[in-house]
Design a binder for this molecule. Structure first.
Ligand code: OSB
Ligand code: MG
Length: 374
């Protein structure tokens, strides 16, 4: 596949309901999409960087800058046989994993089309359907949260994950557990606690959570290990796992018993697959995280979740939970038993609504091999 041109674009889409985590509330998403144009085929990738550098150091602006100035020039004019050849071409750039993932995943997306094979198969996945949970943000009131949980359970979702922070944690978990004693329930702190909260976090054990996600610092393994030894509840690392080497170190140190894999966070499908296998060899279950993606990123998450060790329900849920109108056709829907079928058709299995994407686009730039801009 010769990479003849690369298009960067930013689209803007309002969320149907705000999403609040310990680091802030989002009403409106700005999303960078990236297209690799290869010999008549367009591969698409979604960058999961947020509007602000609050989840990780990257943002839409840094991703655009990195892709325009470094990543696109490193790929333009190159021929690659497969998506997994892309990381080696980008190694000189440190970090910027979400930007890298957008360009690498776009290349896998093109590869699946050119090989006329389903993307999940190209990635090595075997599952025919994936198990789905939902991530529910911090609400204006506990009552509003209970109502949301009831709706998602009625829709069939297999696991409920609640965002927590100091002041919105035990009070909430207490109410949810007393109303639903037996559901699969977890929480995600996005680094809202420190070791001073160890006893407080230990008190979460009584809620029999499936896991506590990233309770401590975003860049820590050491203290998560110390905390894990004090808890009965499994710790799951999200922010902290940047690559397969991190996964190996975190598991060896006992920093977590579960890993959340986000393809953008680890820099692309190649690394996500490596993290998956490191965890599988250590008998550590993984699940697929979400970053409020459009249907494009969602379709890639579905394909990735078809790998065998994605043993726990992921944060991969229906389009309508996020968007009034998604940019793919058909939209992602979830069955009454909380599953999404893995598309068996060639490519990502969802058609992009390019007319709608065009209308949502606020900036766009195409770079061609042998030219600076066009
Ligand atoms: O930590 O998993 C997270 C959304 C944005 C940033 C970080 C996280 C999340 C979610 C939402 O939990 C997952 C989703 O529904 O896409
Ligand atoms: Mg998380």
């Amino acid at each position: 596949m010769k990479i003849e041109a690369i298009t960067l674009r930013e689209i803007q889409m309002p969320l149907v309901h705000f999403f609040e985590t310990s680091f802030g509330r989002t009403y409106h998403r700005r999303i960078m999409l990236l297209t690799v144009h290869c010999e008549g085929v367009d591969g698409w990738g979604e960058c999961v960087a947020g509007e602000d550098p609050f989840f990780s150091a990257e943002s839409v602006e840094t991703a655009w800058y990195c892709a325009e100035k470094y990543l696109a020039p490193m790929l333009l004019g190159k021929s690659v046989a497969a998506g997994n050849e892309v990381p080696a071409l980008l190694t000189r750039v440190r970090g910027n994993r979400m930007a890298k993932a957008a360009i690498e995943n776009a290349t896998w997306d093109a590869e699946a089309q050119i090989r006329n094979a389903p993307l999940h198969q190209v990635l090595g996945g075997t599952r025919k359907e994936i198990n789905c949970g939902v991530s529910i943000g911090i609400q204006d009131s506990p009552e509003q949260l209970l109502e949301k949980i009831a709706t998602e359970l009625a829709a069939g979702y297999q696991r409920i994950k609640l965002k927590v922070k100091p002041g919105w944690d035990v009070n909430i978990l207490e109410r949810v557990r007393s109303k639903w004693p037996d559901i699969l329930l977890s929480c995600d702190a996005n680094s809202a606690y420190t070791m001073h909260d160890a006893a407080h976090l230990k008190s979460f054990d009584r809620f029999r959570l499936l896991m506590i996600e990233q309770p401590l610092w975003n860049d820590d393994f050491y203290f998560h290990g110390r905390l894990q030894r004090q808890l009965d509840t499994a710790i799951c690392l999200d922010e902290g796992i940047r690559n397969a080497r991190d996964a190996e170190a975190a598991i060896e140190h006992g920093s977590c018993r579960i890993i959340n894999i986000k393809v953008g966070r680890v820099g692309g499908f190649s690394e996500a697959i490596k993290v998956h296998f490191v965890a599988e060899r250590a008998n550590v279950p993984v699940w697929c995280g979400g970053m409020l993606e459009t249907g494009l990123g969602r379709s890639h998450n579905i394909a990735l979740s078809s790998l065998e060790n994605f043993r726990l329900p992921g944060d991969v849920s229906a389009s309508k939970r996020y968007w009034k109108e998604d940019i793919i056709e058909p939209e992602v829907t979830v069955s009454a038993k909380g599953t999404i079928p893995v598309p068996q058709s060639a490519g990502r299995g969802f058609r992009l609504r390019e007319d709608l994407i065009e209308r949502l686009t606020t900036r766009k730039q195409t770079f061609r091999a042998g030219a600076t801009s066009a």
